[in-house]
Design a protein around this ligand. Structure first.
Ligand code: SAM
Length: 308
């Protein structure tokens, strides 16, 4: 079949990589086969969520709730069944990641730029759920022929921690809802099995099971080229920034999945950037995901006169 062979020979390695990554992203997001969006929400599932409004209302009596938070809580406490059903559907998919296609493309863009520019360090996500983003990170190292960087996978592997309402009342309200869908708990074994299914589980994938406050300060990570934070809450995000931002290399990328008003992560990021005088622009990817690049240190210029 000479014609077929010459067509095969004409395929560029770049094209093959593109096709592999497109296919992978579709599979990770459960966009390969039709039907996921039609998954029925059962009455039993819905009844687990009903009654949550009352629990959210209880939070309204807390002192020191800001005006915007109060408005948001009032909206959550009057959520109708249709919205709840949509919430359940969106949060219990068959997918390996909850993040959108634009967010997966952003991960590739950041990793590809870091590799092309030789930014030193590994790749990491804090808050992985089924592991999809970290599976993509490992695939990117393969697809872009990186020989030795690692992918760090940090999660409790038992779901979101319970936020203290006095620290962030909206996190506490959202937690009540997320608990109704299992609090996003996925076991370490399941995440490892997900890597295995894509033939991407090897010694370059490092797991850090446990609460961020326990695992991140002592994690044996030296440098990070891409750090992605997806732990939703104020405390989780603050802990991760405090422990890991100092280890992000100059030129490295920090991606925040939950930079939306509803999440405490938004406040944690603003506070951290302000207190560390980080002026690099926060670049918006979609209505939630934002990222910034850690600046290269400005070269210390010793003037001729001072040196003399
Ligand atoms: C929204 S999910 C992550 C979604 C994931 N990035 C994806 O691609 O679908 C949030 C994850 O953060 C984890 N998490 C949040 N706070 C944590 C903490 N303080 N310590 C450990 N894990 C935490 C939860 O267990 C959960 O798996």
């Amino acid at each position: 079949m000479p014609a077929a062979r010459s067509a095969r020979q004409a395929v560029e390695p770049d094209q093959v990589r593109r096709r592999y990554l497109e296919l992978l992203k579709s599979a990770l997001g459960d966009r390969l086969y039709p039907g996921a969006e039609d998954a029925e929400v059962t009455l039993a599932e819905l009844s687990r969520v009903e009654g949550l409004s009352a629990r959210v209302k209880e939070l309204l009596v807390l002192p020191a709730i800001e005006k915007e938070q109060r408005l948001m809580l009032e909206r959550l406490s009057t959520t109708d069944n249709e919205t709840l059903a949509r919430f359940l559907r969106d949060n219990t998919p068959r997918a390996h990641t909850l993040v959108s296609r634009s967010a997966l493309d952003n991960v590739e863009d950041c990793v590809a730029a870091a590799l092309a520019e030789g930014v030193v360090g590994d790749l990491m996500e804090c808050g992985v759920w089924q592991g999809g983003v970290t599976i993509l990170m490992r695939a990117l190292l393969e697809a872009y022929a990186d020989p030795d960087r690692k992918v760090w996978v940090a999660d409790s592997f038992q779901g979101l921690p319970r936020p203290d309402p006095s620290v962030d009342v909206l996190d506490a309200a959202l937690h009540t809802f997320l608990q109704a869908v299992g609090g996003l708990a996925v076991s370490l074994e399941t995440v490892q099995e997900n890597f295995r299914r894509f033939d991407l589980l090897d010694e370059r994938v490092r797991f850090l099971p446990g609460w961020f406050a326990d695992t991140l300060p002592v994690a044996p990570i030296e440098r990070l080229a891409v750090l992605r934070l997806d732990g939703d809450w104020y405390e989780s995000t603050r802990t991760a920034l405090e422990c890991l931002y100092p280890r992000v290399s100059p030129g490295g990328f920090v991606i925040i999945d939950d930079y939306a008003e509803l999440f405490g992560a938004h406040r944690a990021v603003d506070e951290y950037r302000r207190s560390h005088s980080i002026a690099s622009p926060l670049i918006q990817v979609n209505d939630q995901v934002h990222y910034w690049r850690k600046p290269y240190p400005t070269a210390t210029i010793i003037s001729e006169s001072r040196r003399a």
